[in-house]
Design a protein around this ligand. Structure first.
Ligand code: GDG
Length: 496
């Protein structure tokens, strides 16, 4: 493929998963339904105004499909074989990068065949984008599964403006440096014009890795990348700098958000409010309903939260007559060993707590190992007096923002881990260190006893932030910076 090959799309989003799910009917016919998510909601208008296309995997093995339209969005599927799903996706993405980038909460596995598969699949995504993109198009690549795509794509299509957003944390150098392919990943990312992170700390971790591994200078948000790669003889860098032949890459924080107004709108519907009351009644109208909503993932600190709650019940500071915890643990990555072990661990603990502290009429934990429709989720948010977000490490945590967006009544208390990106913005939540079990216990008791006036003052301030900084503002901020980098205003496409 050469740079003369180009397609017709002016704005392309590339993500591991397409924003649509394939549903096969009883008669064997397949159709696609939009998977709910803020990203697609935020980008849909930009897609429609700009000849947009979305490139990604359809979620099933060996799905070789031609591009098609779904609700006005052009979908370009990328096929993955069963072996690639095992090695690139479940392996390198979810069992190497995911634990490594989340502070090695679980030990990362390093396998050279997984890496080879990661390289191969990233190349396939880059090729698909190179074919689809119009001259000077804007391409926005999403997340850790595709970190090599920026460089690979720039290699084929230097005319493009390329953005990358990392939805998960970027780890401190001491941890990142474990990765046998640490330099290749940094080089992959530096192919972008703008690299977005959730938190300021993630962007600085990345910049430090760039300095340590490549020797490039960083200044504020900017990284100076020599056009002719100077490594490994980094001393040449001074020479390159004198000649001024380097490009600048922006690496900074753009905290993601949710479609706040649509959550509030749903929460305000009479049906959802009625359902919230019904949920409380079905739980036996306890004085306090607490809620946890997470993918069943070891980063979410579900076991820490259960430990704190279990101790409060054991000490008689809470009783199952007064409090119920609804824990939604959405099944996730069920073929990865660490996730199977975590599920066993959580379910053993839930069983013990319910067995030890429940009565015939009251169970301390209502455990839900399945997903819910969006309106039911919103009803749960409205029904919950206390929301528990105790992630050990989390890029952002959208659940925390969704809870806040739904509480138009200014009710409810958010307990939020300081290790979730959301804590940088949601400062008036009750911030906790989830490793400090006593601290979590105190926060739970404080939340339950919090006077109404304090609850609403805190919630008002949280809501202001979440409603003003929603996902469309996030995408606008990112794309504005990206466009301003479009060859410094020359031939790049302008998004309307
Ligand atoms: C990654 C990063 C970052 C969950 N269960 C149900 C359901 N959900 C929805 C939630 C929320 C989303 O899934 C989960 O988002 P989170 O942000 O909480 O967590 P991750 O899945 O780990 O997401 C994270 C995010 O990317 C975005 O950048 O914030 O840090 O890890 O929207 O509502 N939705 C429905 N039923 C469920 O049962 N309808």
């Amino acid at each position: 493929m050469t740079s003369t090959t180009s397609g017709t799309y002016d704005f392309i989003v590339v993500s591991n998963r397409l924003p649509v799910d394939r549903v096969v009917g009883a008669d064997g016919s397949a159709s696609w339904t939009r998977s709910p998510g803020g990203l697609v909601t935020a980008l849909e208008p930009v897609m429609k105004q700009n000849e947009g296309a979305w490139i990604g995997w359809g979620g099933q093995p060996d799905l070789e499909l031609d591009p098609f339209d779904s609700d006005g969005i052009r979908i370009i599927p990328v096929a993955l074989t069963a072996l690639e799903i095992e090695q690139y996706y479940e392996g390198f993405s979810n069992d190497t990068l995911w634990p490594l980038y989340h502070d090695v909460i679980a030990p990362p596995s390093y396998h050279r065949e997984w890496w080879d598969s990661y390289v191969e699949v990233n190349q396939r995504f880059a090729d698909a984008a190179a074919v689809a993109a119009a001259p000077g198009a804007v391409v926005w690549i999403q997340d850790y599964q595709l970190q090599l795509v920026p460089k690979l794509l720039r290699g084929i299509r230097p005319d493009l403006t390329i953005g990358f957003f990392n939805h998960i944390p970027f780890p401190p150098y001491g941890i990142y440096s474990q990765l046998p392919w640490r330099t290749q990943i940094i080089e992959g990312l530096l192919g972008a014009d703008v690299i977005g992170f959730q938190r300021v700390a993630d962007a600085s971790n990345f910049q430090r890795a760039v300095r340590r591994l490549k020797g490039y200078a960083t200044k504020g948000y900017q990284v100076e990348v020599p056009i002719v790669d100077a490594s490994p003889g980094v001393r040449v860098y001074g020479e390159i700098k004198r000649q001024g032949s380097f490009r600048t890459v922006v690496a900074r924080a753009f905290p993601i958000s949710i479609d706040s107004a649509s959550f509030e709108e749903l929460a305000r519907t009479p049906e959802v409010q009625e359902r919230a009351k019904q949920i409380r009644a079905e739980l036996g109208n306890p004085r306090t309903v607490m809620l946890g909503v997470d993918r069943l993932d070891y980063t979410k600190g579900i076991t820490h939260r259960l430990k704190a709650y279990g101790e409060l019940l054991a000490e008689g500071k809470l009783s199952s007559e007064d409090v119920t915890l609804v824990q939604v643990a959405n099944p996730s990555r069920e073929r990865v060993q660490a996730y199977m072990a975590l599920r066993d661990d959580i379910e053993l603990t839930v069983g013990r707590i319910n067995g030890d502290y429940g009565t015939i009429a009251h169970v301390p934990i209502s455990y839900q190992h399945h997903g819910f429709p969006r309106d039911e989720m919103v009803a749960l948010y409205l029904a919950a007096d206390v929301m528990l977000v105790t992630a050990l490490r989390d890029g952002m945590n959208l659940v925390a923002k969704e809870y806040v967006a739904c509480r138009f009544d200014d009710g409810g208390v958010l307990i939020l881990s300081e290790f979730a990106g959301a804590s940088d913005e949601l400062k008036r939540a009750l911030l906790v260190n989830p490793h400090d079990i006593d601290g979590v216990k105190e926060a739970i008791l404080q939340a339950i006893a919090m006077p109404k006036s304090e609850r609403s003052a805190r919630m008002r301030s949280l809501r202001k932030r979440v409603l003003e900084h929603d996902v469309s503002r996030w995408s606008r901020d990112f794309l504005d910076v990206l466009e301003s980098r479009a060859h410094h205003g020359s031939e790049g496409h302008r998004l309307s």
